[in-house]
Design a protein around this ligand. Structure first.
Ligand code: PLP
Length: 439
């Protein structure tokens, strides 16, 4: 279907899928704008890239997908077919994965709420590996496991409190996630570990940490591994010998949103020696797990919007598109800049160009820089926002009575299909309470 003679949309990004302009216009005619378009081949390619990232680590390695980044069933299904692990945080996420053909054998369940009823539900569905991050949560898991009469491989989530240079920090000075590595109270790594080792239904499996998202400097992983090693050696003196079978280093692999960041291979190469020395010092080749949401999904997807108006104001040119932050929330929330390109492009305007959305809110201005290609912006042309596959579709919202846009996918064989239907105004009206008007 792809016409090799047409102009590729992306001439810069290394891994940005090469959708041809003509196909993007054809989809706009068929489905309207805005729409999301996912390239399935890129999803699989990213898994492959991750799978080779830790080749210098002398032990087993598993790639995990953090479903929260994009839970579109067709995306989950592609990852199920790749046979990777799923990092899940809610029973509903587990239901999604199971409905897409996933297996509980490939699930690591890491809850934030850690309630008894939730653990009963997921153990009932067959989950075998759970990460606990509080004393109460661990007791709830032990109780749920006893009631179900099952053994649960239990991992302890620690917060190594290292400094993380990242867009979103999950570790430093933030106690929401994980247990402190020092101290001996109940809610510490050693307090929880001690009790796990003594629980009949909880089989200690290993440790988990998650340092943040879009980590551009991998030295924080090395620092966290070092702290963990000191902790384990100390805990063995105190609690007696225990084995570490799995180490889950969480997510954070960065995406090249128009600029250079370390590749998974570079991150892996940097921390593999330290992981090897950890394995040596612990006397065991543990299984390494790396979880990713952003890296696995971001570059697969573009958001396509149409320019609906252009105006001059003072020295600047304002370009209005029919999208807004209701379909790209982190552009407003985090001032996250996606690579943007007008197609077909033209000469870069001399004056400053502002790309603005359709919402009546001053925050609805898309962050752009000299990396954005806004030349040739005219009414009727399309604007492509690249690398939007992570944490955007899942945050679509109906602000300003905006129905949800459709999500399309180009399959590995090159054909296009709808993987999430667009909502129409009636559908939106009803779901917002229109169906409660006349009971
Ligand atoms: C969100 C999350 C991830 C994924 O993070 P990315 O930055 O998308 O790679 C991994 N592990 C845990 C525990 C998370 O909460």
């Amino acid at each position: 279907m792809a016409d090799p003679r047409a102009q590729p949309v992306s001439r810069t990004g290394v891994a940005t899928p090469k959708f041809v302009d003509r196909d993007l216009y054809r989809m706009a005619e068929t489905y309207g704008t805005p729409y999301f378009l996912i390239d399935e081949a890129t999803l699989r390619k990213k898994v492959n890239e991750m799978e080779h990232a830790f080749s210098e680590f002398k032990g087993a390695f598993r790639v995990a997908y953090s479903v929260k980044a994009n839970f579109n069933p067709s995306v989950i299904k592609a990852f199920c077919e790749e046979g990777i692990v799923f990092d899940l945080t809610a029973p509903s996420e587990l239901q999604f994965v199971l409905r897409c053909g996933g297996s509980t054998e490939n699930v690591i369940y890491t809850s934030i709420t850690e309630t008894l009823s939730e653990y009963e539900e997921v153990l009932g569905l067959g989950v075998k590996k759970v990460v606990v991050a509080s004393y109460n949560g661990m007791l709830n898991l032990a109780e749920a496991a006893a009631r179900a009469g099952v053994d649960v491989k239990t991992m302890v989530r620690v917060n190594p409190e290292v400094h993380v240079h990242a867009e979103l920090r999950g570790s430093m000075g933030h106690g929401k996630f994980g247990l402190q590595l020092y101290g001996s109270g109940q809610d510490t790594a050693s307090g929880v570990l001690k009790r796990v080792l003594a629980s009949p239904n909880l089989i200690f499996e290993g440790f988990h940490f998650h340092l943040g998202s879009q980590i551009e400097d991998p030295s924080c992983y090395a620092e966290a591994i070092e702290k963990l090693e000191a902790f384990v050696l100390g805990a063995r003196k105190e609690l007696g010998h225990f084995e570490v079978n799995t180490l889950d280093i969480g997510g954070g692999l960065p995406v090249a949103y128009g600029k250079k960041v370390p590749t998974p291979k570079e991150v892996g190469g940097k921390i593999a020696p330290q992981l090897n020395s950890l394995a040596e010092s612990l006397g065991r080749r543990f299984t390494l797990v790396a979880e990713s949401g952003r890296f696995l999904t971001a570059e697969s997807t573009v958001l396509v919007a149409r320019i609906v108006n252009v105006k001059e104001f003072a020295d600047a040119k304002y370009v209005y598109v029919d999208a807004g932050y209701h379909v790209l929330l982190d552009s407003a929330l985090l001032r996250h800049e996606y690579p943007v390109e007008v197609i077909p492009g033209g000469r870069q305007a001399l004056q400053k160009t502002a790309l603005v959305g359709r919402l009546c809110d001053p925050l609805d201005v898309f962050p752009t820089s000299s990396r954005s290609k806004l030349g040739g912006a005219e009414v009727g042309k399309l604007v492509v926002f690249k690398d939007v596959g992570a944490y955007s579709i899942v945050m679509n919202m109906p602000f300003h009575s905006q129905p949800r846009p459709p999500v399309l996918m180009r399959s590995g064989s090159g054909d296009y299909r709808v993987v999430r239907k667009s909502q129409d105004t009636t559908g939106l009206f009803m779901s917002e309470g229109g169906d409660c008007l006349h009971p």
